[in-house]
Design a binder for this molecule. Sequence first.
Ligand SMILES: *Cc1c(COP(=O)(O)O)cnc(C)c1O
Length: 480
Amino acid sequence: MTPGTRRAGDMPPEEFRRLAHEAADWMADYLGGVGSLPVLAQVQPGDVKRRLPAGPPERGEDPELILADFRDIVIPGITHWNHPAFFGYFSISGSGPGILGEMLAAALNVNAMVWRSSPAATELEEVATDWLRQLVGLPAGFEGIINDTASSSVLYALAAAREVAYPEVHRNGLFGLPRGRVYASEHAHSSIEKGALTLGFGQEGFRTIPTDDAFRMRPDALRAALEEDRAAGIRPVAVVATTGTTSTTSVDPVDAIGPITREFGAWLHVDAAYGGPTAIVPELRPLLAGWEEADSVVVNPHKWLFTPVDCSVLYCRRPQDLVRAFSIVPEYLRSADTGKARDLMDYGVALGRRFRSLKLWFVLRYFGRDGIVANLREHVRLARAFAGWVEATEGWELAAPVPYAVVCFRFAPAGIGTEQADALNQRILDRVNAGGEAFLTHTRLRGRVVLRLAVGNVKTTEAHVARAWELLREAGRAEL
Ligand SMILES: *Cc1c(COP(=O)(O)O)cnc(C)c1O
């Protein structure tokens, strides 16, 4: 006989209470002590799988055993994005209030596909995204929809753009219609090309625009591309301006790109997945000038607004364009409320939706405008301080301007060839990351390997950034 318990029905409430308290204690200890764990999981491919049974249990297992395996097997295989010295990719973090919202949403487990399937989830999404709209200073009229990721958000924005550029597409598809194109800078996120591919424009339907010496889209090059394509009979569908690109966080000049986009009748989407929250900080707001003229904007609270993944807000000036692209209401979902309130299923591909607005609402209420400004301002200050140390140190150099809180830099001591310097920087990165005290990633700029330090975690202090700099310099000396 298999040991274990034959279970019918759910975990009894008293057992849930005891285990939930245990889990809450674990979470509080974890969040308080994550800084002393290795940032990068110290495991090899296959290590986690090897420690787990190949098949599921026949009988129910003791929850204490499940929690013990979570601590002993899962946790060592985690790269800790919550670690205050996580400086890789885009440093993100959840936050206490965000985690509480996520837990409660899991307990409710509502599915806000139509208004009546969860009125509060539907309406709180309107309220929380409108609060965020006010915080970032987008004009009234932009309506927010929460998606899982910015990749989905841009796909939906481009679907709306396609609907406008090809009114006949909803019925006939793109078959037989003139070719169309989506434009973005050569530093734009890969999700834009993916979106264009998914929507049937093909790789030929995506054109990258060259950038200037600060990695920003060149408006003159955009105009030239649009003119050339128009002469060739290609329909301009959408232009995507990025405010905070993925490699360097460069900011495309939206105020110059907007009027050109209009002139050619295309949809303007602003990818502010990363940079959007900085509009809350008065001195950073000017970088986003012109975004208020966009047709759609994406801002990711799960990136730099302390909201646990996943939570991406797509703002649309005319949400009806989005609804036209996606609305097909099957009979079994029709009710007396249809048309009286928002039915979130009409704004994208997914029917079911998690109650994502709850955690965003908790975050906005807990921190308030002041708290958000203080955190973002501090991150930018830390990144600029780090950039200053790099610039002041012999052999080290900045590889891009620092508009926000990501620093691209490189160790290139005199007498070292460029190829050698690429390998050297890669070795420095590997050495620092293997140590487990800090985690950084790299990118390539103009063909050269460049290290990136991304500040964005709500727990990061100057001491963490200073220690990363010390580790980098030590690694530089050791690897030279
Ligand atoms: C992070 C990022 C994305 C992708 O975001 P996901 O939510 O992971 O899909 C897209 N664009 C920019 C500019 C980003 O920084």
